[in-house]
Design a protein around this ligand. Structure first.
Ligand code: GTP
Length: 598
């Protein structure tokens, strides 16, 4: 059977351990094209086929390989995103596979994302083929890493394939082991259709292009399909595989990995992890593992120039077409005016969106400090979810507040164990576990509030370990904490966009720090500006921005008007990223200043 000769797999690795390089080597032996050539070819294809215009993500390619047994095999190499924010997408890409190549750098050994990816692969019952890459490096220690794979991951050390993706060493063995070790897909082509969505993207010409893995059944063009998460129905217009060119097929059946176009207008209707079935003969049970993705980190986005408000809305709408996990709604801030409250999967996701708005849509933004979602129980029993600190109800009406916690794993060389534990304690972490990976490196596990991760964790971790730490986390749930809302007042006026939620024990220090920081960030005004941090009515810290010593206009006293105007123009220029809050000019950095510790 054709299906016995299909192998579906991904490559998983910590960043920089050689995933792309190995993929290139595999492509060279199976498609006569390297990844770069594929990309070029696709760009050409896209130019040529403008009117057909399929936008392609190179994340599921079909390859063919004639193995030593003389048979021709069909490989589907499925790419996975490489960041903790997108862990769910990674897990769904892996669910589309029967096996994974696990790359570990021979000089660095197992790192945090190695382990995180292994957990996801094991959750999906994948056959894992361990590869020790970069054995050509002078610092390579393949035997130590082999031992680590055995001790930490629990795979037999002798199964590791030593390789150098750079020099092409071990590649044949890797490809043969894909054939030998990774099982062929299982399933009944006659059963009701179960196709799993592992990715999708919006194409302006064709609508949504859905990346699917067929788990059960068979699908053909013109058939009516149903999305099981929301029940919406569509008619299949086109099916195919990427070779890497999009190549139409007259059916996709069990084990196949390809694309589906069905006149779907929003990526939100083709959610990652969802099951597609036939409308006429639906399966009773969707595939396991579907989860609606909820944003974890929120912030306010405001145009510096209020005239950009509609442009900002259009930018967000455009980005949302391709990103169903981006959320936004209009909000008004007393301090910043009209803007949007936006929800993201994590910090990287947030930074990507902010940067795209500024770069692709040319809109200067004021962004407020990111916040997590707090669970608030009021004294009358009402439950609220608060993602904007300024909306936290008055302390008197609050019974208790819960906050999201993550399990954080940090891997570091021995000598940094002290600083890492100190940091985790300072971040209100609860110690969970510490394990030696080998005699030089340690895996430290803490449960830490997500808000503390958002608040300057990465940067501090990096600087206190000279960049040697690797880090990964996953959400584990909510826990009650002694949290309070802290307001910041400028010139006696509460600035809603600067409010934050803090732990009571660190409120005084945070308040003091923010007051000092704002004093330095906000330029002197014509008058003295008091800065206060308060909890309820109680001021916990204060500082003062002194009045400008010299009035710029004083220089032109009695002078000519045009010079005066020029000076004013110049000042305006410098205020590009300033927001007039009450009667105080506040620069963009100030809104983020509540975030960093230094
Ligand atoms: P990300 O895409 O950033 O996650 O990295 P990656 O895992 O795809 O790694 P990539 O293939 O980009 O390789 C990272 C670096 O390691 C590059 O500079 C490669 O040239 C280098 N590299 C990859 N394989 C080898 C190898 O076998 N030996 C040596 N010496 N260097 C290698």
């Amino acid at each position: 059977k054709r299906r016995d000769r299909i192998r579906n797999f991904s490559i998983i690795a910590h960043i920089d351990h050689g995933k792309s390089t190995l993929a290139d080597r595999i492509l060279e032996k199976t498609s006569a094209l390297t990844q770069r050539e594929m990309q070029d070819q696709m760009l050409d294809a896209m130019d040529l086929e403008r009117e057909r215009g399929i936008t392609i993500k190179l994340n599921a390619v079909q390859l063919t390989y004639t193995a030593k047994d003389g048979e021709e095999y069909i490989f589907h190499l499925i790419d996975t995103p490489g960041h903790v924010d997108f862990a769910y997408e990674v897990s769904r890409s892996l669910a589309a596979c029967e096996g994974a190549l696990l790359i570990v750098d021979a000089a660095q050994g197992i790192e945090a994302q190695t382990l995180a990816n292994v957990y996801l692969a094991l959750d999906n019952d994948l056959e894992i083929i361990p590869i020790i890459n970069k054995i050509d490096l002078p610092g390579a220690e393949p035997d130590r890493v082999r031992q680590e794979v055995e001790d930490v991951i629990g795979l037999p050390g002798e199964d590791c394939i030593p390789a150098s993706a750079k020099d092409g060493v071990g590649i044949d063995e890797i490809i043969e082991s894909i054939v030998e070790k990774i099982p062929a897909p299982q399933g009944d082509p006659e059963a009701p259709l179960k196709a799993m969505i592992f990715d999708s993207l919006y194409d302006p010409y064709r609508g949504v292009i859905v990346y699917v893995r067929i788990m059960e059944g068979t699908v053909k063009p013109k058939q009516k399909i149903r999305m099981m998460a929301n029940g919406k129905e569509f008619e299949v217009a086109e099916l195919g595989v990427f070779t890497p060119k999009p190549t139409p097929k007259d059916e996709l059946t069990v084990g196949d990995v390809g694309f589906m176009i069905a006149n779907i207008k929003q990526v939100g209707d083709s959610q990652v992890g969802d099951t597609i079935t036939h409308a006429a003969k639906p399966t009773p049970e969707p595939l396991p593992g579907y989860r609606k993705l909820n944003p974890m980190v929120f912030c306010g986005l405001y145009p510096v120039d209020t005239n950009d408000y509609n442009g900002l809305r259009e930018a967000l709408e455009k980005l949302e077409l391709n990103d169903s996990s981006l959320q936004f709604e209009a909000e008004t801030s007393q301090a910043l005016g009209f803007g949007f409250r936006c929800g993201f999967l994590g910090l990287l996701h947030m930074e990507i969106i902010q940067e795209r708005i500024e770069r692709e849509f040319n809109i200067d933004l004021i962004t407020t400090a990111p916040s997590v979602i707090y669970g608030v129980t009021l004294t009358d029993g009402t439950e609220l979810e608060i993602d904007n600190p300024s909306e936290m109800p008055d302390a008197q009406t609050v019974d208790h507040i819960r906050e999201p916690y993550v399990k954080a794993e940090v891997m570091v060389p021995n000598e940094y164990v002290g600083p890492v534990m100190e940091l985790c304690q300072k971040k209100r972490g609860d110690y969970v576990d510490m394990k030696y990976l080998d005699e030089n490196r340690v895996n430290i596990v803490y449960n830490i509030p997500l808000s503390e991760i958002v608040y300057d964790f990465f940067d501090t971790l990096k600087s206190s370990t000279k960049g040697y730490a690797s880090f990964d986390y996953e959400l584990i749930g909510y826990k009650e904490s002694n949290l309070v809302k802290m307001d910041i007042l400028l010139n006696g006026e509460k600035i809603d966009a600067l409010s934050i939620i803090v732990h009571r024990d660190s409120a005084y220090d945070r308040g003091k720090h923010i007051a000092e920081k704002l004093k330095n960030l906000i330029p002197r005004q014509q008058f003295e500006v008091p800065v206060q941090a308060s909890i309820g009515q109680k001021v916990v810290a204060r500082s003062t921005i002194k009045a400008m010593r010299k009035n710029v206009l004083a220089k032109c006293y009695g002078g000519d008007v045009s010079r005066k105007r020029k000076l004013l123009e110049k000042q305006k220029e410098g205020k590009k990223r300033m927001k007039s809050v009450g009667n105080v000019e506040v620069p963009q950095e100030a809104f983020m200043s509540v975030l960093s510790m230094d």
